[in-house]
Design a protein around this ligand. Structure first.
Ligand code: SF4
Ligand code: SF4
Length: 145
């Protein structure tokens, strides 16, 4: 009798296990083949900050007011601009981020009235030295054209 009980419970558990395997087999694949495939980050994801492109001019939206620099508690941002003939306001000539000190607090983004900076979706950062994390964000924006 014990033999048949064991046979029954063994067969039952085998079919339960097979059922789970078959069900999972037909579910959509969630594994990504990193680094050949990249994740799409959520809207609220915070990567390092980046300059926002001005769709009208094709340049950036920064008015070189310096508010982000003042708001940053870690002193990560270095921004500079200059006056140019025939151009209203200042033109941004440098915008550097020291990401080694950034806590992703968002104070800079909040303080920027023209919404000239935002969090990027870069999540897979790697570099051989601290210098690799000093980002020239103006150059980065130009290279993305
Ligand atoms: S997110 Fe915070 S720490 Fe990072 S650059 Fe902006 S203000 Fe500074
Ligand atoms: S607060 Fe915005 S507009 Fe002002 S310097 Fe920073 S990025 Fe430029």
């Amino acid at each position: 009798m014990a033999y048949f009980n064991e046979l029954y419970s063994g067969t039952k558990s085998l079919f339960i296990g097979m059922g789970i395997t078959i069900k999972e087999f037909f579910k959509p694949v969630v594994t990504l083949q990193y680094p050949h495939e990249s994740l799409t980050m959520t809207a609220r994801f915070r990567g390092h900050i980046e300059l926002v492109r001005d769709l009208e001019s094709g340049g950036n939206k920064c008015i070189v007011c310096g508010m982000c620099q003042k708001a940053c508690p870690s002193g990560c941002i270095t921004g500079n601009g200059e006056k140019r003939e025939g151009v209203k306001g200042k033109v941004l000539t440098e915008y550097t981020l020291d990401f080694t000190k950034c806590s992703l607090c968002g104070m800079c983004v909040e303080s920027c009235k023209p919404a000239a900076i935002q969090f990027s979706k870069d999540y897979n950062l790697a570099g051989p030295s601290r210098e690799a994390y000093i980002y020239d964000l103006l150059k980065r924006l130009e290279e993305q054209k």
